[in-house]
Design a protein around this ligand. Structure first.
Ligand SMILES: N[C@@H](CCC(=O)N[C@@H](CS)C(=O)NCC(=O)O)C(=O)O
Length: 236
């Protein structure tokens, strides 16, 4: 499915990696509802320039289809295609969008702020997503033996609780994740907050400072639009 969310601008034609034809230079985000691609989707809405969404569902196997693997041999979303450029990895896409749209102020304006963003991104995409969340939702990635899967899921939940305790401590007394302004780390944290609810944690009760942060992020019209376009809620 290809959803054009805005009218396309007039731009210099190039050969496009998304459709293999000559087309304009608006970016296309390959996404799956509620996955980590939600963060770049929110940021594209924040930026407000034309872009397209292309559905590559993680639940029906589309991310492992030959067409998607040609685009991203890692078999994952998000993928951001801009003309001939194909960019993968949520943190790289988020930084790319913030750097290439400086007037949106989505990038911290100090060297320390930038380093702190990378600290968040590395830990959230590595320890939290690629280990704890994957242990819970994809235990078969860790063992071929189904009799091990319940134990892997249980370890994943313990890992996730430890990570969430750190996030709660970091967010206590903080309005935003980095410095004093909203940056691309904040919608990424919202994605992980939503996953907490879906894993079955009582996020409102257990993580009150993080919940206040999530509510602040949810106040942003760009966030509301992205959630509506993906047909999802943060709470379920
Ligand atoms: N390190 C990658 C991880 C991307 C990732 O695991 N994406 C998931 C959705 S949240 C996915 O595409 N899963 C499909 C699959 O495992 O088949 C990133 O940060 O972008």
């Amino acid at each position: 499915m290809r959803v054009s969310t805005r009218s396309r601008p007039t731009a210099r034609p190039r050969t496009c990696a998304a459709c293999d034809r000559t087309c304009c230079m608006s970016p296309t985000l390959y996404y799956s509802p509620g996955s980590c691609s939600l963060a770049p989707h929110i940021v594209l809405e924040e930026i407000g320039l034309p872009y397209a969404l292309s559905l590559a569902s993680t639940s029906d196997g589309t991310t492992q289809s030959p067409a998607h693997l040609r685009l991203n041999p890692k078999g994952r979303v998000p993928v951001l295609v801009t003309g001939a450029s194909v960019l993968t990895e949520a943190p790289a896409i988020l930084l790319h969008l913030a750097i290439s749209n400086p007037t949106t102020n989505l990038l911290p304006n100090t060297a320390d702020g930038l380093v702190r963003s990378i600290e968040w991104f590395n830990w959230l995409s590595g320890t939290v997503h690629a280990v704890a969340i994957r242990q819970i939702w994809r235990p078969a990635s860790f063992s071929r033996d189904p009799s091990h899967h319940n134990d892997i899921i249980a370890v994943g939940k313990t890992n996730l609780e430890a990570a969430f305790a750190l996030i709660e401590a970091r967010m206590s007394g903080c309005t935003w994740a980095v410095g004093t302004c909203y940056t691309t780390v904040d919608p990424y944290l919202l994605v992980v907050f939503r996953w907490g609810n879906r894993v079955g944690f009582n996020m409102r009760k257990q993580y009150t400072a993080w919940t206040q942060h999530a509510l602040r992020v949810l106040e942003r019209p760009a966030v509301e639009r992205a959630l509506e376009q993906e047909g999802i809620s943060v709470w379920e």
